[in-house]
Ligand binder design. Sequence first.
Ligand code: GRF
Length: 202
Amino acid sequence: FKIVVLISGSGSNLQAILDNIESGNIDAKITAVISNRANAYGLERAEKYGIDAKVLDHTHYESREEFDLELQTLIDSYTPDLIVLAGFMRILSDGFVEHYNGKLINIHPSLLPLYKGLDTHQRALTDKQSDHGASVHFVIPELDAGKVIIQGIVDIKEDDDAESLAQRVHQIEHKIYPHAVKILAEGRLAYNNGDVLYDGKP
Ligand code: GRF
């Protein structure tokens, strides 16, 4: 089971998946890590494991479609079974997303369908929510709207600010993202035209 991971930054979720592969919890191989930013720390994490670490700088392309096509060609050269977005800070064009129908997943720092888009922690605090969290979901053209695979919940504490909350959400991300990858690698999730079956059940 071959995985390509797309990042833009630190890659702590990438690290969590790498740790789970190393410990034998996930039976899969990350064949490439691709970043749109040359200084993404996640590239160094990949190199430590001897994984191909590639940079595709979006500023060198004239349009989103041109960049996405080049990205698609690079990804497809690794023939992955799964493409994992792990802090990849780019909106992907419809054609790209449709090309990877059912094979493209993302982690979003909120309890979807709440708080799509940016600034999720502050928005949850402003709304005086009692809990918050993160969601792993299949990617569809509509932003943060694909079927949710797994969610992790954290309580919001009275003295939380956006940063302290973000930190706890990050910790839970490192648990749920590897778990989602694990069940996908085990073939326990089936994706059919937007419907998701887990162990054969809806
Ligand atoms: C996470 O907060 C994730 O929810 C969001 O981007 C961040 C990635 O963090 N999509 P990292 O690069 O994995 O540390």
